[in-house]
Write a protein that binds this ligand. Structure first.
Ligand code: SDX
Length: 434
């Protein structure tokens, strides 16, 4: 990794103007050049459409070192949290900034557990959807609809109301996700049970039926909890940036989360886990791998290896390693010896990591590469994979939304543009148009 640039300011010559731009240093990671005054001093904007070199905010929540394959939640390595923590503890950490004491954890668990039910009228709201609607379309609609129900926690200037909205979002997403799944398979909704932990509760709401007792498999609920931990937050990714931008206008927090769900749905982002499993099924067998690797490298072929590559990680995504380990644990717990999709995934990873194209472009498996195989083995249909991602990422979206609202320097996000359209011209009556 290149040595960190320690410059304290940046000199910029723009025509005759010579600027000294301030540099702001973080605790770790790249410093930033503050260009806030650039337009005022030069009449020019910067231009960075994919924000590849642009920091949109200051944050204390999550840090990624893409070159080293490091992910820290409030400074704690993801490997340690996934190994020793649980999802609600991770939610507390992301929201409050510190690991909870035993008393704080018990109080937080109690508060979240007491908000797991949704307004009974939400069940009628689901009836409006086609049964075969993609569950992500149901989640965008139904989570947005929550903004129609909770009028007692929408004054975002009140810290109390911000926290109750946060708790409600974290508590209700598993219930809403399970409802979206049950609705899609024509089974009755299952109410949450407050004596279960959040992941066991979720599995029960998804897979229990009124006709028989449901016993949570502790290995599967531990795997589910760890999958939620891995997906909880990830700096200023596309969906988190969407939630921040929506929230910067003062919009209702539930509506902002719905905007995040919409963005996460895309196959280049959270939809990649669904796309990765479809890709592995399409490849079908190990002997087809060379043809698909060739296609992934072919500039004229839109095919890409889904679950591979990342805007920030230019090394192995640390979450993918833990995901791979969890995948093996789940498959062995379920007695699935030779899953052909896992064979294809393992061989594809081996081939790609040795191939010059992927090595040069630093394309490694990301979190979506193994999650699909695991979730399919646990009984989830492919279309539910991104819903589970959204369930887990809700705490990250909410924590980042809260941080943005509580930033004293916060203002509405309003990017500028490079205009290349028509210059001024006068209106032409239709009779004179050719
Ligand atoms: C997530 O941002 C986050 O943090 C996201 C996330 C989170 O937790 O929020 O980590 C979750 O979204 C993970 C990423 C899931 N998406 C996929 O797995 C889809 C497949 N991946 C690619 O679409 C791509 O890698 C992206 C979108 C993830 C990143 O794209 P970038 O950073 O814009 O990079 P790029 O598309 O410019 O790729 C760089 C080069 C290109 O070749 P050149 O034009 O330089 O010749 O690498 C090639 C790309 O063609 N490339 C791939 C590839 N990914 C990039 N080639 C083949 N297969 C791939 N998967």
């Amino acid at each position: 990794m290149e040595a960190k640039n320690t410059a304290k300011s940046a000199a910029l010559a723009v025509g005759d103007a010579k600027l000294e731009l301030p540099v702001k240093e973080g605790t770790i990671g790249p410093s930033v050049i503050d260009i806030g005054k650039l337009y005022g001093q030069t009449g020019m904007f910067t231009y960075d459409p994919g924000f590849t070199s642009t920091a949109s905010c200051e944050s204390k929540i999550t840090y990624i070192d893409g070159d080293e394959g490091v992910l820290l939640y409030r400074g704690y390595p993801i490997e340690q949290i996934a190994e020793h923590g649980d999802f609600l503890e991770t939610c507390y950490l992301l929201l409050y900034g510190e690991l909870p004491t035993a008393a704080q954890k018990a109080d937080f668990d109690f508060r979240v557990t007491r908000h797991t039910m949704v307004h009974e009228q939400m069940t009628r709201f689901f009836q409006g959807f086609r049964r075969d609607a993609h569950p992500m379309s149901v989640m965008v609609g139904s989570v947005g609809a929550l903004s129609a129900f909770y009028h007692d926690s929408t004054d975002i200037s009140d810290p109390q109301q911000r926290m109750i909205a946060s708790i409600r979002m974290i508590a209700k997403m598993p219930t809403m996700a399970a409802m979206a799944y049950k609705y899609s398979i024509g089974q009755p909704f299952v109410y949450p049970k407050n004596d279960l932990d959040i992941s066991s509760n979720f599995l029960r709401m998804c897979f229990a039926v009124p006709a028989e007792e449901y016993k949570v498999n502790p290995v599967l609920s531990r795997a589910m909890d760890r999958i939620f931990i891995l997906h909880a937050d990830h700096e200023q990714n596309a969906s988190t940036s969407t939630v921040r931008l929506a929230g910067s206008s003062g919009a209702n927090p539930f509506a902002c989360i719905a905007a995040g769900i919409a963005c996460l749905w895309g196959p280049a982002h959270g939809g990649a886990n669904e796309a990765a499993l479809k890709m592995l099924s399409e490849i079908g067998s190990v002997d087809k791998i060379p043809e698909y690797v060739r296609r992934a490298k072919d500039k004229n072929d839109p095919f890409r290896l889904m679950g591979f590559g990342h805007r920030v990680y230019k090394n192995y995504d640390p979450r993918a390693k833990i995901m791979q380990k969890t995948c093996h644990e789940v498959l062995s717990e379920l007695g699935i010896k030779d899953d052909p999709l896992l064979d294809v995934a393992m061989e594809l990873e081996k081939v790609a990591l040795k191939d010059d194209y992927f090595v040069e472009k630093k394309l490694y498996p990301n979190i979506d590469f193994y999650s699909g195989i695991t979730l399919k083995a646990m009984g989830f249909p492919t279309a539910m994979f991104t819903v589970l991602f959204a369930l887990a990422r809700t705490v990250g979206w909410i924590a980042q939304w809260k941080e943005m609202i509580e930033d004293p320097g916060q203002k509405i996000g309003r990017p500028r543009q490079l205009y290349t359209g028509a210059t001024r011209r006068d209106y032409l009556p239709i009779s004179r148009r050719r």
